[in-house]
Design a protein. Sequence first.
Length: 456
Amino acid sequence: MDAAKAEIADRIEAAGAGVREVHFRLRDWGISRQRYWGCPIPVIHCDACGTVPVPSADLPVVLPNDVTFDQPGNPLDRHDTWRKVNCPSCGGPGKRETDTFDTFVDSSWYYARFCSPRADGPTDRSATDYWLPVDQYIGGIEHAILHLLYSRFFTRAMSRTDHAALDEPFAGLFTQGMVCHQTYQTGSGDWVEPTSVVEQNGGAWVHADTGEAITVGRSEKMSKSKKNVVDPEDIIDSYGADTARWFMLSDSPPDRDLDWTEAGISGAWRFTNRLWRLVAAHAGDLPPPGGDIPAGSAPNTRRGIHATVAGVTEDLETFHFNRAVARIYELVNALSGDEAIENKAVLREGLETVTLLIGPMMPHLAEELWHALGHSTLVADSAWPEADEDLLVQETIEIAVQVRGKMRGTVAIARDADQAAAEEAALSLSTVTAALGDDEIKKIIYVPNRIINVIH
């Protein structure tokens, strides 16, 4: 690629059609802001001495609390009792700097200060050497450019001034998606909040107060300007914080945008109610907590329980929250089946496992379920479940059977079965024998634990 670029540039220059130039998009960072909100820049301007730093004994410079915002501009420029001070150098009249720092100045190195928040200096080298870099940075896409750029700049500066000993502030980066919602507009183009529109029979949308026809736009990032926001308090009042959190985690991978829909939150609400009813229906019939499970009890259900523990644990560690939620859905389905219901010891294990697994996502419901299952402790104080490795090994697996590449069914065979056993199982399927008819089998291709294909 580099060679191709160089060749293209050479030919353009040879033809006199252009010359090489390097353009940098980076510009100098103007860190001052003409506004009240921000960290005051600690300097004093003196006509005799020029710009003088505020003495260390007078730091930090604290913003005044009695500013007014009734006029345009920076209110600090109009606050004479705060602005006018004596020059620290000559004692003559001086004026504080009324510009404040860009808030990125503070947010670009706070993680280093957190390592030793009570240190006399900005950082403590022994603390930054121990704690940094930050293991995992999580932020929105709007922060993933400027904030990361400034943080890396500050980290390199701190390294040069011996406040830290690293070049990169964050070991891992995860950028989550935005929460989106449909947009609504009146005929005149005014944006309308979701709570102000209703859907009529036939699918038309109108303004709830005026009856004016509403145009439904595409789903976009929730913003105040387009008014496509949903008040969290309304959601929590209707469904509870746990249900709202469960829906947000289950709808899509966290690195993608989330479309907030009423149908989605309703589905999460139905699941929480279903789980509550399942525990309530069987809690009184379960053996006491902490009992042993007889060997061989409900083997399929137990394998499912421990496979879910292993899968959810990995999913949470890799931020695949929606996948973790899907596994829990599957486990609840299995615990509602006959094998689990008929074996109370296994059912207790399964319900306790589900309760512990939903703890980080639905903590309030988890604590209630834990209590209903007979525990006097808290889920928050309980150990995370561990998967039994022996139960993760499947003795039999289901593989696809094809005839000349066309799917004809599936068979259950022993894991790592040999060619002869796989062939016998495949040829026992009626759909396979029907597809073969009287034709001679030329070859059977077997990929262990995956597929078998009969060629005729």
